[in-house]
Design a protein around this ligand. Structure first.
Ligand code: BES
Ligand code: ZN
Length: 613
């Protein structure tokens, strides 16, 4: 029986979904998806008299249970969790009874999962586009379902559209539907949680980049994208070596329009990525290594509910950095971990060290929107816990076989932190005996899992690859007290990789805000404002806005209105809002460009700049 999910209304302790089928018609003109969903359910106990599904802003027309029309009611909306749809069964059913529930419905203009783009908002400017983002609890805004990661389902879909459709499943064929429409068929045979259902439709073309991988995007970008992600197969193969054979058949990538709100999203068979990764330097492919790692951590072994989200992301970051270690060595893993630690510090600072949002396993029982708690904390506190365990039990030789056992033990299950920990102890006892168990017992798990603020242990990462960046940052920090800047030259950063520039800038953002003449000089010498790499561009703009350096403001406005990745736009909006003469500019910019952002991003930015509670 699934554990209670505070973010879902579904009565999953009574009855669970095994398969979900979507019959969808896409209307770009009406910005709507209309059709039905058919759920196969099985009762887990006797006397089940209702099925409660999650919905959010859906227009429900009729419900059928085993082909007979059924009574239903829709509860008043909960601000974060949406509206429970209760379907009354004509007679209570016994344990193991199978039911088919069909809901006729359409989405509305308030759908939070899907963004519709006008042709002008696409690269080609000729065709509309739509794409979804369901994690954490937005699937309920495009289909009534048991929207909890505690329930795993297979799914299929028949989607009729004027433009090519892709989904997080295998494409099994398509038929001409007349009137210029095509019906596309999909099947996902591996069980997965509802938040992994995904769709995109638009003028999409594919280019093969590996034996099981195609990169998809608008035709204007496909060559650049194929080049950027050439290492995809190497990452998958490394994941397989470390863990278990890749389960999902294909691993395709879809490069979305710039308003995609995340860096990447691990939709099965079809990872979604932001076009801000396509920098022409392969510097951001760690995001692809990350999403590939979710094929095991998250998609096979899934969090039971959003309180244990770190089991998805902390484990994935850990696996991503293992892949990095296999391909590029331990120093690269250390370098990447240093960047993660900085992100963790920033998240803790943003929420405040006493905030419940800084807890690895937070309490969501009061109906908190999981999007409001999204931060680097589950990623990096989670990574650091696993890293600390790895060190404590004897390093990679002991830990890597355990990782594999974790996947084998929990594949196709949804688990809690407590189940994870019980298996860890069991595994270590069975394979390494009391000595290693005693070592494990030296770890204060309660403090790691339930404590606030930074982790209880400082990881002391190897700074070899960061030292040059730190040394240069130190020189600039010291220069604030001197008139002589002749020691600085373009050559200082000429040999730096994009990531080293990033670490240099990150170090500077830890210092007091910089005097404007130093920022001007740095820009003149290193041509920072002109750099197109989006991570470096972000850090440079952040450094400047922190100092209320006004010459950067128009560049910030350009950056936050030409892409909508929350990692970049939310901190920049927040900083601009706080900076001298920035508040009005931040609000004006947002209001003018609101339609550009995905609904999830728009809603969070509104909160960031005080336009909404
Ligand atoms: N699954 C996440 C994105 C996500 C998490 C969306 C929670 C909605 C709710 C994805 O795998 C992710 O972590 N993306 C990161 C990539 C990074 C850590 C390499 C991102 O978008 O920045
Ligand atoms: Zn992730």
């Amino acid at each position: 029986m699934p554990v209670k999910d505070p973010s879902s209304f579904a009565n999953t302790s009574d009855i669970v979904t095994t398969h979900l089928h979507l019959n969808w018609n896409i209307s770009f003109q009406e910005r709507k998806i209309a059709g039905n969903v058919v759920l196969d359910l099985v009762a887990l106990k006797d006397n089940v008299d209702k099925v409660v599904l999650d919905t959010s802003y859906l227009d429900i027309r009729a419900v059928y249970v085993n082909d007979a029309e059924a009574k239903f009611d829709i509860a008043e909306r909960h601000a974060a969790l949406g509206s429970a749809l209760t379907i009354h069964l004509a007679q209570p059913v016994a344990k193991d009874t199978k039911l088919k529930v069909k809901v006729d419905y359409s989405t509305t203009d308030k759908c939070t999962a899907v963004q519709y783009l006008e042709p002008e908002q696409t690269l080609g400017k000729k065709h509309p586009y739509l794409f979804s983002q369901c994690q954490a609890i937005h699937a309920r805004s495009f289909a009534p379902c048991q929207d909890t990661p505690g329930v795993k389902i297979t799914y299929s879909a028949d989607v009729t559209s004027p433009l090519r459709v892709l989904m997080s499943a295998l494409h099994t064929g398509h038929d001409d539907a007349g009137n210029g429409l095509t019906t596309y068929h999909f099947q996902q045979k591996t069980t997965m949680p509802s938040y992994l259902i995904a769709i995109a439709a638009g003028n999409l073309v594919g280019k093969e980049i590996g034996p099981r991988s195609t990169v998809w995007c608008e035709p204007e970008m496909v060559d650049a994208a194929a080049w950027e992600f050439e290492d995809t197969e190497k990452f998958i193969a490394t994941g397989e070596k470390l863990l278990t054979p890749y389960e999902w058949g294909r691993y395709d990538l879809l490069v979305l329009p710039p308003s995609f709100p995340y860096g990447g999203m691990e939709n099965p068979c079809l990872t979604f990525v932001t076009p801000t990764l396509v920098n022409g330097d392969r510097s951001a492919v760690d995001v692809v290594a990350h999403e590939i790692s979710h094929s095991w951590m998250g998609n096979l072994v899934t969090t039971a509910n959003w309180e244990h989200f770190w089991l998805n992301e902390g484990w994935t970051v850990f696996t991503e950095r293992k892949i990095l270690r296999y391909l590029h060595g331990e120093l690269e893993r250390q370098f990447s971990s240093i960047i993660g630690w900085k992100a963790l510090k920033e998240s803790v600072k943003l929420f405040g060290p006493d905030s419940p949002a800084t807890i690895l396993k937070p309490d969501l029982s009061s109906g908190i929107d999981p999007d409001d708690y999204f931060s680097s904390i589950p990623y990096e506190k989670g990574f650091n816990l696993l890293y600390h365990i790895e060190k404590t039990v004897g390093g990679p030789d002991v830990f890597e076989p355990y990782m594999k056992s974790h996947v084998e033990r929990f594949a196709s299950k949804s688990i809690t932190t407590e189940e994870w920990k019980a298996h860890l102890f069991e595994y270590m006892e069975k394979n390494h005996g009391q000595e290693v168990v005693d070592k494990l017992k030296t770890i204060d798990f309660d403090l790691w899992i339930n404590g606030k603020g930074m982790p209880p242990v400082d990881p002391q990462f190897d700074t070899t690859l960061a030292d040059q960046c730190y040394a240069l940052a130190k020189r600039w920090d010291e220069a604030r007290n001197s008139d002589d800047l002749s020691g600085f030259a373009p050559g200082d950063v000429e040999k730096f990789t994009a990531t080293q520039k990033l670490v240099f800038l990150e170090r500077l953002t830890d210092c007091e805000p910089f005097p404007h003449h130093l920022l001007a000089k740095m820009d003149e010498l290193y041509k920072m404002t002109a750099i197109r790499n989006s991570d470096v561009r972000f850090r440079w703009q952040q450094l400047c806005v922190l100092a209320s350096y006004k010459p950067i403001y128009p560049h910030v406005v350009a950056f936050i209105t030409e892409q909508g990745r929350m990692k970049f736009v939310r901190p920049l909006y927040r900083l601009l809002y706080k900076a001298q003469d920035g508040a009005e500019l931040a609000r004006e910019t947002f209001i003018k460009h609101k339609a550009f952002y995905h609904p999830i991003a728009a809603s969070l930015i509104e909160k960031d700049i005080g336009l909404k509670q």
